[in-house]
Design a protein around this ligand. Structure first.
Ligand code: ATP
Length: 702
């Protein structure tokens, strides 16, 4: 037996609420809050932040167990516009460094190829820099041979310089290749890491369904932000990876030729530029964070159009769809405009730094020349020296200006790092919560117990409303139970608690030891996986598909009254993606879920309105097959006629109360025997016989 007990974390959250000591970011606040925008840019940002949820959260803002801990009151009277808002600023601070360190640790982990690729790239860059140094000194050699009128020297130099320039070009392209492969590998490593943490039992559900106010668009962060981060890192790496070596080398060269004044001027200039640049980058990091949020919502809106195309069209909602898409685009444009405005001073600084840098290099040359250091040299040699110093000092200032120019890439890196780091932190936090929804392995004596037991279980919604109190019941194999009650009474929530999706606040739930095998949940809308028909039937255990024989496929499809789809698919091993949703109507999709169930034949089938789209005959047939295959149903439904297919009935009153009773008129067994089928449309005895035979056939074969 697995044991689901209240989460300590949840309890702690409540204590925090009562104590009033809460996390400050992710508060729910209203537009009427005191922190009104101050400056022009702040007001701009405020506008973007406030528009994001108002445009995209057409549904009421999700509230979570965690948000409850903030003690805020979404939708409270007077809060005409209540939105979730983050107080966190995304800056180049210690939080950013911590997040970056974490991502780099993943990238340069023990088994990652990235370390070696990076080392290879650095080696190549160093080699290439030797070539570049030679290319840089070529003009001074030309001054010399031309000044000396040395024609054979000139020809030799021409050949050598052509070869070197070709080598330098080739080197740059190879560095680009290295960088691109490195970015590709980095994306793979990071994405796999996120998949590993994010696509975990129940975690996935909790972050998307319950904690979505804490971290927006996790899908976008994984699919796009990682890509953009690795691309920005690639650009920075290509520019900066051997920069410290180059700076050291060219500082020494500059010192040799122009004395300490040269490097001193350049370093002072660089420090000043860096300090200004940092000030200008900070607001961009924040703006990038919000731009990506807006990007995510915009994309999500279009995904929803695709998902609900038919419903929108039936409701003639295209106008509303267009308005919301336009509005979301407007927000996105505002966020992009915000970045453009904030990047403007940075761009100005970057360009000015490189132009001033070239002037500075002439100042550095001028100092030794006016001090008479090179007075005793002949003029061709002075020209050569001037050219060489100019190259060295310009290259040194160029290295520093590259650092400033990387500011834009760096602000990208910082923005994406914040988004990914934040996602990792929320995932960590949820993982801890999941650990606190304890799963205890049973004592030996409990292993044979195949029942599902609820012992005085109470639980509440994520927003803290009590759903059911002190629920005690034992679901026994062979005794099907129907759960009924008004809308919002908590029927599905009871199944969520049974499935470990929601924690209990009191009491405990004991589940069969072979829980994963013995208990199968069928939701109202089944998930159709990408893949072949065989893979659909064994979902989620795709690896078992090969063991499903053609006869098995035919048999379970016939049991689920879905045998006609063998003519729709090209073959049992033909893979389909989105086409599954087009090939199967909602009712057929539910039948597919039953086909899976008939193939797996668990002890319990937990059905949450899983037959809502089926015609009455098929609905009755599904329950009959369950009975014949010894599958005990725990069914949430609104169809009173289905009660006859169950022995027990649980009624939830919607106020936390519940009532257990035996189903009075007839039961599933008697219905299965024949007469009680009168509850559904008339069926021929041969049809019944056929179903029974099929079920028996299935019995023998699985
Ligand atoms: N993620 C959530 N956050 C906050 N409240 C929720 C959440 N999910 C469900 N609830 C609330 O829990 C209550 C019970 O919902 P549940 O889906 O269990 O009802 P139900 O009995 O299955 O309803 P129906 O018959 O309409 O399917 C509802 O009031 C609903 O608003």
């Amino acid at each position: 037996m697995y044991r689901l007990i209240p989460s300590e974390e949840e309890t702690r959250d409540e204590e925090r609420t009562e104590a009033g000591s809460v996390r400050t970011h992710n508060r729910f606040i209203s537009e009427t809050d005191a922190d009104k925008p101050k400056g022009r840019f702040q007001s701009f940002r405020q506008k973007i932040k406030s528009m994001l949820p108002s445009v995209f959260h057409s549904d009421p803002c999700p509230v979570s167990w965690r948000s409850k801990a903030t003690g805020a009151t979404p939708g409270a009277p007077g809060n005409s516009f209540t939105i979730p808002k983050r107080n966190e600023e995304y800056l180049l601070d210690r939080v950013f460094l911590r997040r970056l360190k974490r991502l780099l640790k993943v990238l340069f982990g023990k088994r990652s190829k990235i370390t070696w690729m990076y080392v290879g790239m650095i080696m190549f860059c160093i080699l290439n820099e030797f070539v570049i140094y030679y290319v840089g000194t070529i003009p001074s050699r030309y001054y010399k041979v031309l000044g000396d009128k040395d024609s054979s020297g000139f020809l030799r130099l021409l050949l050598v310089s052509l070869g070197t320039v070709f080598m330098a070009g080739l080197g740059k392209s190879i560095i680009f290749l290295f960088g691109s492969l490195l970015a590709l590998e980095s994306r793979k490593v990071l994405t796999l890491h996120f998949h590993q943490i994010y696509i975990q039992p129940k975690l996935f559900y909790r972050i998307l369904m319950i904690h979505e106010d804490e971290v927006d668009n996790p899908d976008q962060r994984i699919t796009q932000d990682i890509d953009k981060l690795t691309e920005a890192l690639r650009k920075m790496t290509e520019d900066l990876n051997i920069m410290p070596l180059l700076i050291a080398f060219y500082t020494w060269q500059c010192w040799e030729m122009a004395g300490y004044i040269g490097p001193l001027c350049i370093y002072g200039y660089f420090l000043l530029s860096c300090a200004t640049s940092r000030m200008l980058i900070n607001p961009i990091v924040d703006a990038i964070f919000y731009k990506e949020s807006a990007e995510g919502y915009f994309r999500y809106l279009h995904v929803r159009f695709r998902q609900f195309a038919e419903s929108i069209t039936f409701s003639r909602g295209e106008g509303e769809a267009k308005d919301s898409a336009d509005a979301s685009l407007e927000v996105l444009m505002l966020t992009q405009l915000d970045i453009i405005y904030k990047e403007l001073p940075l761009k100005f600084l970057q360009h000015s730094v490189s132009y001033f840098g070239s002037i500075l290099s002439y100042v550095i040359i001028a100092i030794p020349i006016f001090m008479g250091v090179y007075d005793d040299l002949p003029s061709p040699d002075i020209s050569a020296v001037i050219s060489k110093i100019s190259f060295v000092s310009m290259y040194l200032t160029f290295q520093f200006s590259k650092v400033i120019q990387c500011g834009t890439d760096f602000s990208d890196v910082a923005g994406y790092t914040s988004r990914l780091g934040q996602l990792l932190e929320v995932l960590d936090q949820l993982n801890t919560e999941m650990e606190n929804i304890a799963v205890d392995f049973p004592h030996e004596e409990a292993r044979s117990d195949t029942s599902i037991r609820f012992e005085k279980v109470s639980f509440e919604t994520p927003s803290g409303d009590v759903v059911i109190t002190d629920f005690t019941h034992r679901f026994e194999p062979g005794v099907s139970t129907v759960i009924v009650g008004p809308n919002g009474a908590g029927k599905t929530s009871l199944l969520r608690v049974m499935g470990g999706l929601w924690p209990v606040t009191k009491g405990e739930i004991l589940l069969p030891h072979r829980y994963r095998k013995d208990v199968i949940f069928l939701p109202q809308t089944p998930y159709l996986t990408y893949g072949t028909l065989r893979e659909q039937l064994v979902y989620p255990n795709k690896e078992m598909a090969a063991s499903v024989s053609d006869a098995d496929v035919h048999r379970v499809l016939k049991l689920a009254r879905l045998d006609h789809i063998v003519t729709v698919v090209d073959g049992f091993d033909t893979a389909y993606t989105l086409d599954w949703n087009k090939m199967l109507s909602p009712g057929e999709q539910q039948k597919m879920a039953f086909a899976r169930l008939f193939y797996a034949r668990p002890v319990f089938a937990v059905l949450d309105e899983a037959t809502s789209s089926l015609d009455t005959t098929s609905e009755i047939e599904m329950f009959k097959q369950c009975r014949l295959l010894n599958i005990t149903c725990i069914t949430v439904c609104h169809n009173e006629a289905l009660e006859q297919d169950h022995q027990h009935r649980i009624y939830l009153d919607g106020f936390g109360g519940w009532e257990w009773s035996e189903v009075q008129s007839g039961n599933g067994a008697s219905r299965g025997a024949g007469s009680a089928f009168g509850a559904g449309p008339a069926r021929s005895p041969s049809e019944d016989m056929e179903s029974d035979t099929l079920a028996e056939g299935a019995d023998g074969s699985y």
